[in-house]
Design a protein around this ligand. Structure first.
Ligand code: ADP
Length: 220
């Protein structure tokens, strides 16, 4: 039986899961738990032209590259999505990085905004599954940001001011959840992931498996 399970895993095509939410909703908490519980899902590491912050590791937090390399990637159409701000830092998701997982049946998780999700959908189509988390209320959103204790008052105001603009894009996503209870939300996201894995289009090796079943049935 184990042998069959290993074989079926190998013949699967991975999916790209994008989770988006207004800041403070609980996106990072959900992403962290999904990655911790499921070794078959990898976090996508982006490239950036900004300098590493203290403690950031090249290849783990980002691939830190220079402008020349970034321009080269742009020229080669090497990105699934990118944010190319000429004045600020530039970011991108390399096709090669993502495909190396997808092609061997491993899923990839992205922490990405609606604009990135839109680009990903346009380029990677059915490989992409998008999930939007809504806060239960704006009051609760503010209190989560305050209780998190990572941002100054000023930053919290900035984040809150961006909330309405972010919320407007909720209806571009495949799945929408209200993050009332964190544990419930994590379970729901895990169910979405396992459902998506069973889709026929992702089980690319099933035809040969069924062919073998048919062959076996002939001699039964
Ligand atoms: P985001 O990544 O969306 O900005 P975080 O994951 O940092 O948000 O969550 C913001 C804060 O809210 C964190 O302190 C987190 O532990 C907490 N949190 C997340 N989900 C819930 C929830 N369902 N109920 C209460 N607090 C939550």
């Amino acid at each position: 039986m184990d042998e069959i399970i290993t074989r079926l895993k190998k013949v699967r095509r991975g999916a790209m899961f994008i989770i988006e939410a207004p800041s403070g909703t609980g996106k990072s908490a959900v992403v962290k738990e999904i990655l911790r519980c499921d070794p078959n899902i990898k976090f996508s590491v982006s490239v950036t032209t900004r300098k590493p912050r203290e403690g950031e590791v090249d290849g783990k937090d980002y691939y830190f590259i220079d402008d020349a390399q970034y321009n080269e990637y742009l020229k080669q159409d090497a990105f699934y999505e990118y944010v190319d701000s000429q004045y600020g830092s530039r970011y991108g998701t390399l096709r090669s990085e993502v495909d190396s997982f997808i092609n061997v049946g491993e899923d990839v998780l992205f922490d990405m905004d609606w604009a990135g999700a839109r680009q990903m959908k346009a380029k990677a189509k059915d490989d992409v599954v998008t999930i939007y988390l809504l806060p239960p209320s704006i009051k609760e959103l503010r209190s989560r940001l305050e209780n998190r204790g990572t941002d100054s008052k000023e930053t919290i105001e900035k984040r809150m001011n961006l909330t309405a603009e972010k919320l407007k894009h909720w209806n571009e996503f495949d799945y929408v959840l209200v993050n009332v209870n964190l544990e419930d939300t994590i379970k729901k996201v895990q169910r979405i992931i396992s459902g998506e894995r069973m889709k026929r289009v992702r089980q690319t090796g099933l035809q040969s498996f069924v062919d073998e079943l048919l062959e076996e049935a002939k001699h039964d």
